[in-house]
Ligand binder design. Structure first.
Ligand code: SF4
Length: 437
């Protein structure tokens, strides 16, 4: 398939409101008092206020209202599972037209927004180090800078953006949206961005704690969870996130004809749709539990099915073998729901002939580079192997916060990373206020 054909397919997945539909949709909002949609938004965007601004043809003001609570308003308008958050509780959900299409309205508002230079705030005379320039790190850095804090952001990669830049399928982030947003977020006179250096190998947590009043770890999850089955290291068995990252970097990626995706979350849906758009003839998502247990929302599943992706609940991979024809044999065990939520074997294992397998079963902290850093290794971890934090995001070290995917309390949503970062910034600033009182 040519690059142009792929680009047209990606563009075909784009959802936008037409200029005619936008005011009609905005007028459907009841502008509820104590709006349930705002309460369901992890970033607490004042949804009725921004929709009202759109209804009176003030899209820039609508965008300002969004950005006031969510600096990542542009990417969240593209990747938020609104059907499980704000739109799921909209009071118009059961009306004939369904929930107000908040996600598309937010996207329209952000499309009309242009960055403006902000006045430099009164400096607080404090410095904070933010490690990691993904959604959580960029949000924390921007909010701290707007509060007058001098911030140094570092990232092991050569560019900012984190998973927004590399881990979200291209069809959701057209027009370099993530790059543009990252550039705006870090373009602040109080933010210094240092690229290509990694915590643990290029500098230590102890050195940061000596130089800065507070440290925010927003290092994400760089390790890939393993299936722990024989044959998972065979050529053709690939982790979904690095594959998406390579594709987003513009690298040539292999595309199988018959592809199996193991997993049930949004990454499984993303890679399934993406590989189908790239030309795979058959794509199967295999998930070990029931369809209603999948992390991907019903809307995401429908998007995948509309692209011809087949979803199979109740299947567990047992083994991958090299087939005689050079392809792969994926041995799958059928499962059925048993007592107390357990899934139990329900028949003989099946042998699937495929030529590419993607694993999308989650990520984990990669602590390989931490071993030389005693303070990093001293951080308490939670039962899931993430950095343990309290409700404000504070780790077991009093001047170190952890936000986003690397921290115990977060889900893997971009909007949750924003919410984590907001809480940590509030906590840091309130600590300083109390100390000064
Ligand atoms: S719940 Fe629905 S109708 Fe009410 S403010 Fe939110 S979007 Fe508007």
């Amino acid at each position: 398939m040519t690059d142009q054909a792929v680009a047209e397919r990606l563009r075909g997945m784009e959802q936008v409101l037409s200029q005619e539909d936008l005011p009609v949709e905005a007028e459907r909002c009841f502008y509820c008092y104590d709006a349930p949609c705002t309460q369901a938004c992890p970033a607490e965007i004042d949804i009725p206020a921004f929709i009202r601004a759109l209804a009176v043809e003030q899209p820039e003001r609508a965008a300002d209202i969004i950005l006031r609570e969510n600096p990542l308003g542009m990417s969240c308008a593209r990747v938020c599972p609104v059907e499980t958050l704000c739109e799921n509780v909209c009071v118009r959900l059961t009306d004939a037209g369904g929930a107000v299409r908040i996600g598309l309205l937010q996207r329209a508002a952000m499309a009309a927004w242009t960055p403006r230079a902000k006045e430099r705030p009164h400096p607080l005379g404090q410095r904070v180090a933010v490690v990691g320039a993904g959604p959580a790190g960029m949000t924390a850095a921007r909010l701290l800078a707007e509060a007058g804090v001098q911030v140094t952001v570092s990232d092991a990669a050569g560019h900012p953006g984190g998973l927004n830049e590399t881990g979200i399928a291209a069809y959701k982030m057209l027009d370099d949206a993530a790059q543009k947003e990252a550039s705006w977020l870090l373009d602040h006179p109080s933010i210094e961005f240092v690229r290509g250096i990694a915590l643990g190998s290029d500098f230590t947590l102890a050195s940061l704690r000596q130089q800065y009043r507070a440290v925010i770890l927003a290092i994400g999850l760089a390790g890939q969870r393993q299936l722990r089955i024989p044959g998972e290291d065979l050529p053709g068995v690939l982790a979904a996130v690095p594959f998406i990252a390579a594709m987003r970097r513009g690298e040539a990626v292999p595309v199988g004809k018959k592809v199996a995706v193991i997993g049930g979350g949004m990454t499984a849906i993303d890679i399934a749709i993406q590989i189908r758009l790239l030309g795979a003839e058959e794509v199967h998502i295999c998930y070990r539990r029931g369809i209603e247990d999948m992390g991907a929302s019903a809307h995401e599943r429908q998007l995948a099915q509309a692209q011809g992706v087949l979803i199979h609940p109740g299947l567990r991979p047992l083994e991958v073998r090299q087939a005689a024809d050079g392809g792969l044999e994926l041995i799958m065990e059928p499962l059925r729901a048993g007592a107390e939520g357990a899934w139990i074997p329900a028949g003989k294992p099946e042998c699937w002939q495929v030529d590419q397998i993607f694993t999308a079963i989650g990520q984990c902290l990669d602590r390989g580079a931490w071993v030389e850093d005693a303070e990093l290794m001293s951080l308490a971890l939670d039962a899931h192997g993430k950095i343990a934090v309290d409700d404000a995001g504070r780790s077991s070290l009093p001047d170190v916060w952890a936000v986003g995917d690397c921290a115990g309390r977060s889900s893997d949503l971009t909007v949750q990373a924003v919410a984590d970062a907001k809480r940590a910034v509030v906590s840091i600033l309130s600590d300083w206020k109390q100390e000064a009182a």
